[in-house]
Every structure is written in C-alpha cells, then in structure tokens.
Design a protein around this ligand. Structure first.
Ligand code: SF4
Ligand code: MG
Length: 283
C-alpha cells in the first residue's frame, strides 16, 4: 500500500513561499494514499496558471494541458482508461473564465473525475489581474479603480447545474481538505472541490487572516444536511458562498460511464484493437 511519500517526486515547486497551492499538493498526496491507490493508478491533469504546475509535482501520471482545458483532457483520460483515478486541477481563472463552459458540462455529464480548483480570486501567473472570482471593487492593474463586475457564485452555479458532489475548503485546513478530496475521489461521478488558496504575492485582500475571519464551517450550521439541495443553496446564499465543508452530495446520480449503452466493462486501454483495416475503412 502506498503512503503519501510515494506521491512525492524530486521536482521542487517554484510557487512563492506561503502560496496556498503547497497545501493542496500535500492534501492530494495524502488523499490518494488514504483511498488506497498507487501512483500508477492515478492521473493528475492540470490547466494553465500557477496552479497548473501541480501535475508536475505529484508522482503519478500527469498532464499539464492548456488554459481552461484540464476538464476535456481529464474526461478523455477517464473514458479511455476507467481503471485510473483521475484528478483535474486548475485555478479560478482557468476553470471559471475560459474553462467555465467545460466546468458546467462536466458537472452535468458526471464522468467520474475529481476537479480541484485552487481559487485565489486573482490571476497569479500573469502577475495579478482581476479574475471572475474577484470581489466587486477589487483593485488590480486590470481594474485600477476597482472591479465593477460581481464575483461569480460558483458553488451555487454548480448546484444549479445538477452537480452530484460539491465541496469547498481552505488550503490552510489540511485535515478537512484531505478528507474532502478523499470523499470526492470515492464519489462515483464528477466531484467539484473549490479550495480557497491564497495568493500571498498579488492578492492582499483575501489573505489567510481574511479567510480565517470570514469563512463559516458547515459543521457549525444547525441541522445542515449535505443531501438536502435546497438547504445547500439556501446556506450558500445566506453566507455569500463563504462556507467550508461538504456542501452537497447525491450518491444516487448515475455516472456517465454507467449510462453509456453497450459500453464494454473493461476500459478502452485494456481492450484489443480488433478492427481490421478493411472494417475500419467501411466505417
Ligand atoms: Fe502562488 Fe500567487 Fe505566487 Fe502564483 S503568484 S505562486 S498564486 S503566491
Ligand atoms: Mg487564480
């Protein structure tokens, strides 16, 4: 059985000291060990952004894709080899701006992929511009007088899109984050885990101290039931999306794989390519 150390490689992350993404990396490594996979059974696909580097820092199959496209790649990997446990990852700009269409359709499609978003509410790699998750009034070099666009409510959007698993965490809560990633990996279908992961270099508003003061743990919300979608939506709206924990899970929603008619049980990767050249040409 693998331990979290087996998911380490010798590549030294070049994130800024204190970046929230370090903890996300550690949480993925721990969760993978806890669910009982070995590095050869795990694939981590990432998009572009500071967060996109994560696939290179984990000892597993990895693919650093293009901006906003980690989900199409990850879904393709899973459909080609369903024996792999597949994690897609990226940032808020990556997944909730250019990649937003893929995010919504991956949610409703429900292929068994765990999508982890490192949400720092800014574009970090390009040195600090306003993102779709930045708050109204947020000042950066792209909005020097303050953003006049409101922040996208991604957790509400995920619920409204029919998500079967929606969770949110904070990178400095390694225990909760690891547990939510484990639950997401064990969930049969698409799981979205949004992680507040502070950019210590460019976002001087949404800092570790700010999150500690403003985030509400769902464990403190009276009678919270993650199987109650209405309550989940209501709670998100009450706290302006600033909650952490398992927001919603629907274990009954069938995965895409289980719905494909006539799809062979074994993965494409383990099937022999049986078409002869003449048969192929007739297709
Ligand atoms: Fe992390 Fe921000 Fe540095 Fe990027 S710029 S590595 S998001 S702290
Ligand atoms: Mg970002």
């Amino acid at each position: 059985m693998a331990t979290f150390k087996d998911f380490r490689n010798n590549v030294k992350p070049n994130w800024c000291p204190g970046c929230g993404d370090f903890s996300v990396q550690a949480a993925i490594q721990r969760a993978a060990a806890n669910v009982g996979v070995i590095p050869e059974q795990l694939a981590v696909v990432s998009g572009i952004g500071c967060s996109g580097r994560i696939s290179g820092y984990i000892n597993s199959y990895g693919l650093h894709g293009i901006h906003g496209r980690s989900l199409p790649i990850a879904q393709g990997v899973k459909m080609a080899n369903r024996e792999l446990t597949v994690i897609a990852s990226g940032g808020d700009g990556d997944g909730f701006a250019i990649g937003m269409g893929h995010t919504i359709h991956a949610i409703r499609r429900n292929i068994d992929v765990t999508y982890i978003v490192m949400d720092n509410q800014i574009y970090g790699l390009t040195k600090g511009q306003t993102s779709p998750r930045s708050d109204l009034g947020f000042k950066t070099k792209s909005t020097p007088e303050g953003s006049i666009e409101s922040s996208l409510s991604v957790m509400e959007l995920a619920l409204a899109s029919g998500a079967g698993f929606v969770a949110q965490s904070f990178s400095s809560d390694l225990k909760e984050l690891t547990s939510l990633i484990e639950q997401g990996m064990n969930h049969k279908g698409f799981s979205l885990i949004n992680v507040f992961s502070p950019c210590v270099t460019f976002n001087k508003i949404n800092t570790y101290a700010w999150f500690k003061e403003n985030l509400i743990s769902l464990s403190t919300v009276e009678d919270y039931d993650p199987e109650n979608r209405m309550k989940a939506m209501n709670t998100l709206m009450t706290y302006d999306g600033l909650v952490t924990g398992l927001i919603y899970q629907n274990k009954q929603k069938p995965s895409y794989e289980s719905m494909v008619k006539g799809f062979k049980e074994e993965s494409l990767a383990s099937q022999e390519l049986s078409l002869k050249k003449e048969e192929f040409e007739q297709l």
